[in-house]
Ligand binder design. Structure first.
Ligand code: SAH
Ligand code: SF4
Length: 342
């Protein structure tokens, strides 16, 4: 349990008035006060009691390792039970900041090219642990302009995800607009459908990575459970219902999925749905080499990347090559963790 959750319990046990918890939330999320001592709205005696029980600050997550570069700061957080997760802060030139957070410690989906997949699933994060990944930065004064679930884990495989989304968008917590949140999924059908119903404005990114089921099966075992055909149907329905853009992530793996023939096949696949096509956007991500054992992958060379991009564009598909932010600090999914535990 995070400290803020325990706080709520303690206040009840200590028979404090109901508004005390709201005052604490207000101090933390509106005034950015992290230390109980500085919450002057609380009686001194209560502050001391909280400090004696919970320690100086409201933060439960401890930064266990930091890796800083000009554009991306990556943090490895230690959870209460000693498990570790990653969060990344990306900062762009014009002062724009974006956070990439984890939804699980590890991941059960075992995509062949992914370092997190290589470690298996350790556990789901609780809703408040997800909030805390951002609270850490928020209390340092960073505004939460954009948050994506692209760190460790599969968001829709975590039953606590929707509670976390409610907290992120709750005006008494972060009060984030849905449009500033992006969920990246390997394609968990019930999760996508629930998002369409309950959070239609949240951005959705589907990790496709292959233009056909056969190749996708080799790279991503999830294809056997939730075939891309079914997921694309659900995404088309999402587009029709929300009129929002849907992102397709395509990690380029040298000689595996990066030829012009693959690009054309991908273009044809998307052109099967001419009505929805304009709202799909493909992000091409050159593979970020990881140290984890298993099958060997390599990033394609620049020429291949450019040709792939141009072939897709020629077919009328909106796409972009995503810059390799933070590759110098192992910013891809699960890599900092993999390094620390080896
Ligand atoms: N589980 C979710 C979200 C976390 S992964 C998902 O799979 O969508 C975020 C993105 O990083 C996914 O698109 C994933 O396929 C991609 N990814 C994982 N390892 C990578 C690597 N080594 N290089 C490039 N992209 C990678
Ligand atoms: Fe899990 Fe996503 Fe990595 Fe696949 S790419 S193993 S779903 S974290």
């Amino acid at each position: 349990m995070t400290k803020l959750e325990r706080c709520k319990e303690l206040l009840e046990n200590w028979e404090q008035p109901d508004y005390r918890y709201r005052q604490i939330l207000h101090a933390v999320f509106q005034q950015k006060i992290s230390r109980f001592q500085d919450m002057s709205v609380l009686p001194a005696e209560l502050r001391n009691r909280l400090i004696d029980t919970l320690g100086e600050t409201v933060l439960t997550l401890r930064p266990a390792q930091e890796s800083l570069s000009g554009q991306a700061d990556k943090l490895l957080f230690a959870l209460e039970d000693g498990e570790k997760i990653e969060a990344v802060r990306l900062h762009y030139r014009k002062g724009w900041e974006s956070f990439c957070i984890s939804s699980q410690c590890g991941c059960a989906f075992g995509c062949k090219f992914c370092a997190t997949g290589g470690m298996g699933k350790r556990r789901d994060l609780t809703a408040w642990e997800i909030v805390e990944e951002l609270l850490y930065f928020f209390l340092q004064g960073h505004p939460l302009q954009s948050v994506s679930f692209m760190g460790m884990g599969e968001p829709f495989a975590n039953p606590n995800l929707f509670e976390a989304l409610s907290l992120l968008t709750d005006p008494a917590i972060f009060g984030m607009s849905q449009r500033r949140i992006t969920i990246s999924t390997v394609g968990v059908l019930p999760g996508i459908q629930r998002l369409t119903r309950e959070f239609p404005q949240i951005n959705l990114a589907y990790s496709l990575h292959a233009p056909n089921a056969e190749l996708r099966k080799r790279l991503m075992p999830v294809e056997r459970r939730w075939p891309m055909e079914q997921i694309l149907d659900a995404l088309n329905a999402h587009i029709r219902r929300t009129h929002r853009r849907v992102f397709l992530a395509y990690t380029l793996l040298k000689n595996q999925n990066d030829t012009i023939a693959h690009a054309r096949e991908l273009g044809q696949l998307l052109r099967k749905n001419p009505k929805e096509l304009p709202l799909y956007h493909v992000d091409l991500i050159p593979y970020n080499a990881t140290e984890h054992a298993g099958e060997l992958f390599e990033p394609p060379d620049q020429k291949r990347i450019r040709e792939f991009y141009q072939a897709l564009r020629k077919m009328g598909v909106s796409c972009a090559v995503r810059t390799q932010f933070g590759s110098d600090i192992d910013a891809a999914c699960g890599q900092l963790y993999a390094k620390e535990s080896s």
